[in-house]
Design a protein around this ligand. Structure first.
Ligand SMILES: *Cc1c(COP(=O)(O)O)cnc(C)c1O
Length: 398
């Protein structure tokens, strides 16, 4: 116990205090489980916020990282490297888009998408203004521009002046979107399933109408699948549930199996707006990250059916709790991206679940969020539901 406290004290002394962390120091992970410095085992239903989709330290990913680490870890994008070429080809083939650009995070992938959409509109369509419409409850990252795309006062406050040219509309409201479009609008950016905003799933008719609207008005449609992509919803990309394809797609989180990597994929017509020297990054798509991503994708491809099955099983179990406890407002989600909205702040429940050996999370204050590794089995779900049931009934009896 003392060892844990010592580390926590040092973090509080030396790290910028931007993370309200839970009081646990994790040292090891394997599959569905992580272990703290005292050896306590936890079942992970958060997966590093949708990063460890193939579970912790998946042997195939570890092997790929080891092999690449012994061969070539990094070289500049001034040169060609084989894993990067292979990963670009793989993602293009999977998505049906035409070109990939690699970076190091979700925020950077969205930055690239925003830059590309503006450049395309200006230089190919000859359209000035560069205005981009994003959604209420969206989350697109923490750079100055991506917090501007994220209309949450808490994330923006104190960082002004923000990037000009952003406008917000309610999610799943096609009329509001139509009304907000002006001569300056160049792109619409959204998450098919909103993550940080509280697990809100786009309606089918809505996404189709957004696609039609973009075609009609010559607007770039950007899907941010940083959280809902990479098998999370039971398809490799969430947009596959809708029969709607974006012009630009952004990925990160689970893409590298835990190794930092982001990607922006784009249609040819749009991609050609960026030429030599127009964008770049030192680490983006380095051999280590790309090898990890290639191995990760291979594992995800093999378990998509399992995700669908487990997602349905999990949702049914959450529905049972929903019927039992009146303070649960709604359960919702797609595949293994699930949320349970409560009538109160869920922070205490997260702490109690931690004590019981389960990692879950609460987002947007009142939504318990479940993003287990995609390798989750029924026994893990049963265990989590039992623990939640216990925590809820204790609360009910107070
Ligand atoms: C996490 C997230 C981001 C930001 O990714 P970072 O890697 O933290 O920069 C962007 N969009 C969505 C939908 C996310 O969930």
């Amino acid at each position: 116990m003392q060892e844990m406290e010592k580390y926590i004290e040092e973090e509080k002394k030396y790290h910028l205090q931007t993370y309200g962390r839970l009081p646990v120091v994790l040292v090891k992970g394997e599959g569905m489980y992580v272990y703290d410095v005292n050896g306590k085992k936890y079942v992970d239903f958060l997966a590093g916020i949708g990063v460890n989709n193939v579970g912790h330290c998946h042997p195939k990913v570890v092997e790929a990282i080891k092999k690449q680490a012994e061969t070539l870890i990094h070289t500049s994008n001034i040169y060609y490297t084989i894993p990067q070429i292979e990963l670009a080809k793989k993602l293009v083939n999977l998505s049906g888009l035409n070109r990939a650009f690699f970076c190091n995070s979700g925020a950077e992938a969205n930055e690239a998408a925003i830059k590309l959409a503006r450049k395309y509109a200006k230089e190919i369509l000859g359209k000035d203004g560069g205005e981009i419409i994003t959604m209420e409850n969206a989350f697109h990252g923490r750079t100055i521009t991506t917090i501007t795309a994220t209309p949450k006062p808490k994330y923006q406050k104190g960082y002004e002046p923000l990037t000009p040219g952003f406008k917000y509309v309610p999610f799943n409201d096609i009329e509001a979107l139509k009304e907000s479009i002006t001569d300056k609008t160049v792109a619409i950016m959204l998450e098919p399933v909103q993550g940080e905003g509280g697990i809100h799933v786009a309606d089918k008719e809505y996404l189709r109408a957004v696609r039609d609207l973009c075609d009609d008005k010559n607007l770039v449609l950007i899907f941010d699948e940083v959280q809902c992509g990479m098998g999370r919803t039971g398809k490799m990309f969430a947009f596959e549930h809708y029969g709607v394809k974006p012009d630009i797609l952004t990925l990160a989180k689970a893409l590298g199996g835990g190794v930092p990597i982001g990607a922006m994929l784009a249609k040819e017509e749009i991609a050609k707006a960026m030429g030599y020297g127009d964008h770049g990054t030192t680490f983006g798509g380095n051999p280590l990250a790309c090898s990890a991503a290639l191995a990760t994708i291979e594992v995800i491809e093999g378990i998509l059916g399992h995700v669908e099955e487990m997602g349905k099983y999990f949702m049914d179990k959450l529905e049972t709790l929903n019927k039992k406890y009146p303070f649960i407002k709604e359960v919702r989600g797609l595949g293994l991206m699930l949320g349970m909205e409560l009538e109160f702040n869920g922070g205490e429940i997260v702490k109690k679940m931690l004590e019981k050996g389960y990692l879950i999370n609460c987002t947007s204050d009142v939504v318990l969020r479940f993003l287990p590794p995609l390798i989750v089995e029924k026994e893990h779900i049963d265990g989590l539901i039992k623990a939640l049931d216990e925590v809820f009934s204790e609360m009910n009896n107070k």
